[in-house]
Ligand binder design. Structure first.
Ligand SMILES: Nc1nc2c(ncn2[C@@H]2O[C@H](COP(=O)(O)OP(=O)(O)OP(=O)(O)O)[C@@H](O)[C@H]2O)c(=O)[nH]1
Ligand SMILES: [Mg+2]
Length: 166
């Protein structure tokens, strides 16, 4: 059976690799991602392949995706840090860099606000409605990749899988 292809996209440090490690059950905390990684798991009996890309700034992330996976993604997970407005705005920059390559790189996308566990102590919780609308996202999810249970973390993927059957 073909893998349901997912790419996790966002600028450096938002928690992409931490999130992917939780999804696939790698029990360590990651260091900065220096090269692309592909991880495999099964959700609702469907093989799911999750691509992790390196890159600090938006253009680097877009370039890294284009080099690592120049094919179609079933789902792009756009991730930002809910305590850092720059990381949210950067999602639009990543999208713009991807769109400028002409071919739409994914079938659907969702927006994930990560690090909600830090929102209280930092007195900041940046929500993503406007950006999600601009991206045409299927949904917005707020998570702590570090602390939330697995069942919560897979919700964005389930939404992507459901859309596929719609
Ligand atoms: N408090 C908190 N920290 C988090 C969370 N998710 C990730 N982090 C921390 O944020 C830092 C960066 O996480 P990574 O998963 O490496 O982020 P990344 O987006 O893969 O970053 P690069 O690979 O460097 O581009 C690490 O110190 C993580 O432990 C979260 O939900 N809550
Ligand atoms: Mg990483």
């Amino acid at each position: 059976m073909r893998c349901f292809m997912v790419g996790v996209l966002g600028v450096g440090g938002v928690g992409k690799t931490t999130y992917i490690y939780r999804l696939v059950g790698v029990p360590i905390q990651p260091k900065t991602t220096l090269r692309p990684g592909m991880y495999r798991t099964i959700i609702r009996e469907m093989p799911v392949c999750i691509l992790d890309v390196p890159g600090h700034r938006a253009i680097e992330v877009a370039d890294a995706l284009a080099r690592a996976w120049p094919y179609y993604l079933d789902l792009a997970i756009y991730m930002y840090d809910v305590t850092d407005a720059y990381t949210l705005q950067s999602l639009l920059d990543i999208e713009q860099h991807l769109q400028s390559r002409i071919v739409k790189p994914y079938r659907g996308c969702v927006v994930v606000g990560n690090k909600v566990d830090l929102a209280k102590e930092r007195h900041t919780f940046i929500t993503a409605e406007d950006v999600a609308e601009a991206l045409g996202a299927l949904g917005i999810f707020y998570i702590s990749a570090l602390k939330d249970p697995y069942d919560k973390l897979i919700q964005p993927l389930k939404t992507g899988l459901e859309e596929r059957h719609a």
